[in-house]
Design a protein. Structure first.
Length: 352
């Protein structure tokens, strides 16, 4: 048995108190430091990420691609009125690819170049693609096309949107255009409307293309007090069915809005092709007026022409009067690539 003197007990108590207060002081300082770090991270976070973090959509545990789609929901909640759309709205043009085809990438570059040089009232031009393209090993033609795309993004003001497809691929889904858009359209919350246009294709008249967004009221968010939101003469509701369809309509209007409790409302529409003039703004090659046609009328020319593809994904040149001009202009924006010789095969698409 060891007897402790009064001085020894005092030393032990004093030491214990010293370590206790030192530990409390350290923990307090650490907590303040972490709070400061979080504040700094929030302050320097890009605006689009901050916005997305504040408006997370609710995904089903059964399907990582699903969230509220009010075009398919008959029980819509009443929302606050919105202003009528016009030239002062915030709009964007979108092209996207889920497969890295060099010719299609060059066609997208050409489209954005034409928008930039011809002039357009729509300021934002978006290109969406799977994020894995930035890290995976790709064939030389694909890598060269992507390098040209990145250079063009600086030259022509293209916003590149790499989308993380892990939520889909980890659930066993294949990467398709519709799934890419499903996961990526959360990026559109800052816009009143985003107009997707299929690539490959060719811009003929940017003013006519602008008119598709600016000349008529858009559906935008569902609102019982605004008839154009649910009974629109120019735009027909077509919900995005990524679990069923692989391809998007050639022209597709997307609106994404925050509703409540972390949910978002995503709506998709196609133009009413039966509406005089409006339905011919974006067409296939059959809508092009030929110069030697006796009924040729420049006013009846479309604004944008999307091209048909064969079963191998290659552009059909037959009955396409724009094919030669389109190919020549592709070579201008993708100098050094032999686009006529590049045949993308899914088995040989990537380097091993």
């Amino acid at each position: 048995m060891v007897l402790l003197t009064h001085s020894t007990v005092s030393v032990i108590v004093s030491t214990g108190i010293f370590f206790l207060f030192t530990s409390l002081l350290f923990l307090s300082g650490y907590a303040l430091q972490q709070q400061s770090v979080r504040n700094i991270q929030h302050a320097i976070r890009p605006p689009d990420q901050a916005k997305a973090a504040g408006h997370l959509y609710k995904r089903s545990t059964q399907d990582p691609l699903s969230y509220l789609d009010t075009d398919a929901d008959q029980e819509r909640q009443e929302l606050q009125p919105e202003s009528t759309p016009g030239a002062t709205g915030n709009y964007a043009y979108l092209q996207l690819l889920s497969e890295p085809d060099p010719s299609n990438i060059c066609s997208a570059i050409l489209f954005f170049k034409q928008l930039s040089t011809a002039g357009t009232a729509i300021q934002d031009h978006l290109f969406m693609y799977p994020q894995e393209w930035d890290t995976m090993s790709l064939s030389k033609p694909i890598a060269a096309a992507l390098s040209l795309l990145r250079a063009a993004s600086l030259k022509y003001g293209i916003w590149l949107l790499p989308i993380d497809m892990t939520a889909a691929t980890s659930a066993g889904y294949t990467t398709t255009d519709t799934k890419l858009l499903r996961l990526g359209q959360i990026q559109f919350m800052q816009y009143d409307g985003v107009l997707y246009l299929q690539t490959p294709g060719m811009l003929l008249d940017s003013a006519k293309l602008d008119a598709m967004l600016l000349s008529r009221p858009l559906p935008l968010r569902h609102d019982k007090s605004r008839i154009e939101s649910y009974n629109n003469e120019a735009w027909i509701p077509v919900p995005l069915r990524s679990e069923r369809d692989a391809d998007l309509p050639p022209v597709y209007l997307i609106t994404v809005n925050n509703i409540d409790n972390g949910h978002i409302e995503a709506r998709g529409h196609i133009p009413n092709v039966s509406l005089d003039g409006f339905g011919r703004i974006v067409t296939g090659p059959w809508g092009v007026q030929l110069a030697y046609d006796g009924n040729h009328d420049q006013d009846k020319q479309p604004g944008y022409v999307f091209f048909e593809r064969d079963n191998e994904g290659q552009v059909k040149w037959a009955h396409n009067p724009l094919f030669g001009s389109w190919r020549a202009q592709q070579y201008e924006v993708c100098d050094g690539l032999d686009l006529d010789d590049v045949m993308v095969d899914h088995d040989d698409e990537y380097d091993t």
